[in-house]
Design a protein around this ligand. Structure first.
Ligand code: GLN
Length: 446
């Protein structure tokens, strides 16, 4: 009831696409009753969560922030969500996001922009902006989001939260509406890393419905002790003097380096020579994958169908033109271009090779260090509407987060003291499958 009251108080922030009020109250009442009967309850009994509007939940809408799926009701539940439900998590609603998770400010949603609770004139980051504000504004305890290139860490950092994406494959993608399948991962936003560790422990692991989720042992992340032993941390010194980064963020990075050193960790500069190629590589590959994934929305099988269409060709063109927003259309066009026969080798093939070089160089750093420390974003939350006409400026701001997704590495955003009233954070990346080391370290900082 308190969370639902917070949702009412914060309507102006446009956090939720849909609130499951009655259902959440009924589930909570059932759990209260079960408790009086000494019945066994799951690890998440009483834990209220939100789900990003790209996650399928049987009998519930899942629209990916798009007109295309405005009336879609999912016939099945995402594996990760099912595992949370099996432990008695209570889902309070589905949160607003950039359309098909394409964006960095939650300004590209069919349902209008979400606003940052720290300053409603500013964006909450994206694409999991509704997810971030759902926790920031006290409307739930933990949010399930998705990350293709930073959509959990960046909004977490814009809203003063912890935001975590696991190793590619750690959590099943079954039931996550696809954007770039070789990048997409589910993850969590919360007020601390212990809550994230518990959600990860419950939702991770092999799934017969997702061949990219391997049969690897899932550690009991939340049971482990916080780790305060000395670590070797790499950072990119050039970034700390870069004019392209907001001075408040540079200061936060320097303060973090100093604090790590004072705590006995070794923090040393490393070099990474591909920063210029990170954003182009990410956008060539993800738009290619998106153009393929989104071809299923053809106006025929499910989703929006234009009432004006007279024949098959018009059903395709009008349904897509009316059903998809500008940013999604831009990316489908870019993706089909880089995949077209005349340009495949020059763009898509080349980008795949660069992705491997990026991954190998990061791997080299992680062979000799426990973690890599980086900014999350070069900028603080910007005013709503300021960047909507400049997609390239938006893309360039993804430079620090897309690295982990290009390389499939686990990464977490950690909040620092705010710059004035605006939240700031840094991120740490770890080697593949080293979520336990990463989370235990961050839990030791608190
Ligand atoms: N901002 C990035 C993009 O628009 C990342 C989005 C995401 O992680 N879903 O692609």
């Amino acid at each position: 009831e308190a969370y639902l009251a917070a949702i009412e108080e914060n309507r102006h922030l446009n956090i939720y696409v849909e609130v499951f009020a009655e259902e959440a109250l009924a589930t909570a009442a059932r759990q209260d009753w079960a408790r009086t009967q000494d019945a066994r309850l799951g690890k998440l009994a009483g834990v209220v969560i939100s789900i990003k509007d790209v996650i399928c939940y049987a009998g519930h809408g899942a629209s990916a922030g798009s007109r295309m799926l405005e009336d879609f009701v999912s016939p099945y539940t995402a594996t990760a969500l099912q595992r949370l439900l099996d432990e008695d998590a209570i889902v309070i609603g589905r949160t607003n996001c950039d359309e098909f998770a394409m964006g960095s400010g939650t300004e590209n949603s069919h349902y209008g922009p979400t606003r940052n609770a720290a300053d409603p004139a500013r964006v909450p980051g994206g694409s999991s902006g509704g997810a971030a504000v759902s926790v920031q504004a006290g409307t739930c305890l933990l949010a399930v989001g998705s990350s293709t290139g930073g959509s959990i860490r960046q909004p977490a950092s814009f809203c003063g939260l912890y935001g975590f994406k696991p190793t590619y494959g750690r959590i099943s993608r079954h039931g996550l509406i696809a954007y770039g399948s070789s990048f997409d991962q589910l993850g969590f936003l919360a007020h601390n890393a212990t809550d994230i560790a518990l959600a990860l422990q419950i939702s991770a692991g092999a799934d017969p419905y997702d061949a990219t989720a391997p049969n690897k042992e899932v550690p009991l992340y939340a049971k482990a002790d916080p780790d305060r032993s000395p670590k070797k941390i790499a950072y990119f010194a050039d970034l700390h003097s870069s004019e392209a980064i907001d001075p408040a963020i540079r200061q936060a990075m320097q303060d973090t380096v100093d604090a790590f050193r004072a705590a006995g960790h070794t923090v040393s500069p490393a070099s990474f020579s591909y920063f210029d190629y990170v954003v182009p590589t990410y956008y060539v590959l993800t738009t290619a994958e998106a153009s393929s994934n989104l071809s299923r929305f053809d106006g025929m099988r499910y989703g929006y169908r234009s009432p004006a269409a007279q024949d098959l060709a018009e059903t395709y063109t009008l349904s897509r033109s009316e059903g998809f927003g500008t940013e999604v259309q831009r990316r489908i066009l870019l993706g089909t271009f880089v995949l077209s026969s005349g340009y495949y080798d020059a763009y898509f093939g080349k980008a795949q090779k660069v992705r491997r070089l990026i991954r190998d160089q990061l791997q080299g750093i992680l062979d000799t260090h426990d973690f890599i420390l980086m900014p999350v974003s070069p900028s603080l939350p910007w005013p709503v509407g300021e960047q909507t006409d400049d997609p390239v400026a938006n893309y360039l701001a993804d430079i620090y987060t897309v690295l982990a997704n290009l390389a499939g590495l686990p990464a977490i955003a950690v909040p620092t003291p705010p710059a004035g009233h605006l939240p700031v954070g840094y991120q740490l990346m770890a080697d593949h499958w080293e979520e336990a080391a990463l989370l235990n370290f961050v839990r030791g900082l608190a």
